[in-house]
Write a protein that binds this ligand. Structure first.
Ligand SMILES: [Zn+2]
Length: 63
């Protein structure tokens, strides 16, 4: 087991280190210390990226 493994923020496109675990215990957060990086914003951003990716895909579904 590796102690102090660096967890990275799971926000799409963010590669900052995840915030440190709470000193009183509990699991380490999956996001960095940026306030706008949280489960909800990450979810919305992932949806936005998925839609953007679909739009750039050569895809003839105009009808
Ligand atoms: Zn982040």
């Amino acid at each position: 087991m590796t102690q102090g493994a660096t967890k990275v923020c799971i926000y799409p496109g963010c590669d900052r280190a995840a915030a440190p675990p709470h000193p009183l215990g509990g699991p380490q957060p999956s996001f960095c210390d940026l306030e706008e990086h949280n489960a909800l914003s990450a979810h919305l951003e992932r949806r936005r990226l998925a839609r953007a990716a679909r739009r750039t895909e050569p895809n003839e579904e105009d009808e």
